[in-house]
Ligand binder design. Sequence first.
Ligand SMILES: Nc1ncnc2c1ncn2[C@@H]1O[C@H](COP(=O)(O)OP(=O)(O)OP(=O)(O)O)[C@@H](O)[C@H]1O
Ligand SMILES: O=P(O)(O)OC[C@H]1O[C@H](OP(=O)(O)OP(=O)(O)O)[C@H](O)[C@@H]1O
Length: 329
Amino acid sequence: MDLVNHLEGRLLFAVPKKGRLSQASLNLLEGADIQFKRENRLDIALVKNLPIALIFLPAADIPTFVGEGRVDLGITGYDQVQEHDAGVRAVAHARRLSNAGERDGSTKPQGCDTVMELGFGYCRLQVQVPANGPYTEGKDLIGKNIATSFVHLTQEYFARLELEQQGVTDTTQLAGRKLRTKIIELGGSVEAACALGVADGIVDLVESGETMKAAGLKAIDMVLETSALLIKSKAPSNPELVELIANRIRGVITAQKYVLCQYNVPRTKLHDATKITPGKRAATVTTLDEEGWVAVSAMVEKKNIAVVMDELVKVGATDVLVLDIHNTR
Ligand SMILES: Nc1ncnc2c1ncn2[C@@H]1O[C@H](COP(=O)(O)OP(=O)(O)OP(=O)(O)O)[C@@H](O)[C@H]1O
Ligand SMILES: O=P(O)(O)OC[C@H]1O[C@H](OP(=O)(O)OP(=O)(O)O)[C@H](O)[C@@H]1O
């Protein structure tokens, strides 16, 4: 089937085609009951049960497609959105210098809106240098060679440092400035650049720190913290469908974040117990057949559940059960 000719009338939803955000994104789509079959090697899949087409793209390109309004919705990292926006600022700066925007009457790119954080893909974009080397802070790298895949953010980072070094206090216009520091763009394996003599420092993502450690590097500054986002274009083709998908995804995320805690407790201890498990809105309390006892159920954040159980038992709760939540709305 010629998929491209079947896109008419469908909401276009960009999903990372590979890499760190890919599997978690597919899990979210499954949880939101967005059903599709992706043919081998095809980067477009029609959703069977909703008027949506999924477009599988590199995470780095998704802010461009969504920002220019070519695609309605997308999943990507906050870092990628910021890098894209920094690139847009650099282009705008160059156009201002040449007055090109005024001459051809072109309008600014639209940009994208964040719908929600998705709760995965947590990492930090850091400035890293050889662990045994002489550099201890970002400004030590001014005038040096810096390798990165995030050229625009790195450019702005060093523009700020260079301006600060010159005593310039207004550092609001950072994009597109001519730098003393040389930014070298690499597509991946950036951590190898220092050992191979290509760079004095790098700007790269760190999650566990394993890659950095294995490459003999240490972090000396942080450019930004990032996690995965659901983003939408400024003018999506079907805002109601965007809202429906957002609500479904929100439900899946909440379900992943919470467990349902149920227990029995003497009514005299109910106040203490519900202080420990206040629930999302309020705990559900039901009278038990046994005189003086109630049953309570409440959503509790998964990460706190062990401590919550300890405290419940301390105030006299019994039969404490913890259940997974598959979905919520
Ligand atoms: N180690 C990590 N831990 C968590 N999230 C990460 C990590 N590395 C990258 N990410 C997130 O995933 C996004 C995509 O990075 P990833 O390197 O997986 O992309 P990719 O599309 O496979 O690109 P490349 O081909 O350059 O590796 C990043 O922009 C960031 O938001
Ligand atoms: O702190 P860690 O948990 O070790 O993760 C950090 C690594 O993960 C990312 O790279 P990825 O493995 O996606 O490959 P890439 O270098 O080719 O982009 C990032 O660029 C680091 O190299």
